[in-house]
Design a protein around this ligand. Structure first.
Ligand code: TXA
Ligand code: MG
Length: 343
């Protein structure tokens, strides 16, 4: 299994040295844990794909410590500078025209690179000590639930890794919002996430298209990693607008129920109890996003026959929560419903 290290100066220095020699390290960010390698080292980046079992057609996000570091790997149009000023460091990834120093394996041969300046202090210190950009997708086996604790990474990839940097539980809990600025006059959100698409629109003074709402076509050209089925527990997952009292009455002990907020109705105590979990007892969207993947990981460990989950209100962080829940509940590949869609 991987060694779990806390972000002391000595440990950060050791990990920066290991990354500089082409090693892989699982790292905390404010969104989810990432699996990091030197973004300028093609061989190290290949190892990320092998460790995750991820197809090399799905490009990586490159993490930088500053706007100046972003400018070394990508062209920054004025729109990118405005968004960076508003949201960096933070859960915003921008797809920009890349510079030559970024190897093709990182971008799957595309002329663009996805760039993010993360807010987690341990990750920021590691980036500074490394003095180079770090490519990092989420640190989960391809298609499985994203990790928001070091223990999740250990469970999913521990056998394939030397080191996990433990920065605690992720504060945001869903991945960054990805905005495509490769055509700066027509910015588009490719993945909803930690930052609301409307907030991006307010900064750029225009309405922002959200690609996954505009139909299933052209997925491969947009965000190639955004398959319909993704973030998935092994236990079959079914979604509901609300978990009704009738469903609660029917549910036996082999079933898990994931509520958005604390349910008002109670289970009849004389009947066998399902496993009940709640995203946010008081119904806070931010708290629900923070707990989403941890609850799915926990329920998935229990050997249940099925998980029933309630959708969040479709606003703010609820849009990202519901996007992840819908992908987690999608049919397995080879089913006719599992066509890639735009996100
Ligand atoms: O919050 C996050 O973004 C986390 C943390 C670790 O930073 N990272 C993350 O990476 O979610 P990953 O690999 O799981 O998702 C990255 C997504 C993929 O869907 C990929 O297709 C898309 O970003 N992507 C990367 N480069 C792209 C590019 N040049 N054009 C379009 N989409 C790109
Ligand atoms: Mg991922």
């Amino acid at each position: 299994m991987a060694k779990i290290l806390f972000p002391t100066l000595a440990n950060l220095q050791q990990l920066a040295g290991f990354l500089a020699r082409g090693g892989l390290v699982a790292v905390p960010t404010e969104t989810v844990y990432g699996l990091a390698a030197d973004a300028l080292n093609a061989r190290a980046c290949h190892a990320i794909f092998r460790a995750k079992g991820r197809p090399t057609t799905d490009p990586l996000i490159v993490h930088v410590a500053s706007l100046a570091a972003a400018a070394e790997i990508a062209e920054l149009p004025p729109e990118a500078r405005l968004l960076a000023r508003a949201f960096w460091p933070g859960p915003l990834t921008m797809v920009l025209r890349k510079r030559d120093c970024i190897p093709d394996i990182v971008t799957a041969g595309r002329p663009t690179v996805a760039v993010r300046n993360p807010a987690h202090p341990a990750m920021r210190r590691l980036l500074r000590l490394c003095g180079r950009p770090l490519a990092a997708p989420s640190a989960n086996p391809f298609g499985y639930i994203s990790p928001t604790t070091a223990a999740h990474v250990q469970h999913g990839l521990g056998r394939r890794l030397r080191f996990i940097l433990d920065g605690g539980a992720c504060r945001v809990g869903v991945e960054s919002t990805i905005v495509d600025l490769s055509d700066p006059g027509h910015p588009r959100v490719l993945r909803v996430g930690g930052i609301d698409a409307a907030a991006i629109g307010r900064v750029l003074h225009r309405e922002i298209a959200v690609a996954n709402r505009s139909g299933p076509a052209r997925a491969a050209q947009l965000a190639p990693g955004m398959l319909t089925r993704h973030y998935s527990p092994r236990t079959p997952l079914r979604l509901h607008a609300t978990i009704t009292p009738a469903l609660l009455r029917r549910a036996g002990p082999e079933v898990g129920l994931l509520f958005f907020a604390s349910p008002r109705h109670r289970k009849d105590p004389n009947r066998a109890q399902p496993v009940v979990a709640v995203l946010s007892p008081r119904g806070s969207l931010a708290a629900a996003a923070r707990h989403l993947f941890a609850r799915l990981h926990a329920l998935d460990q229990l050997g249940l026959r099925r998980i029933h989950a309630e959708l969040a209100p479709e606003r703010g962080a609820g849009v990202a929560i519901n996007d992840r829940l819908r992908r987690a509940a999608a049919q397995r590949p080879n089913s006719k419903n599992d066509r890639p869609t735009v996100a």
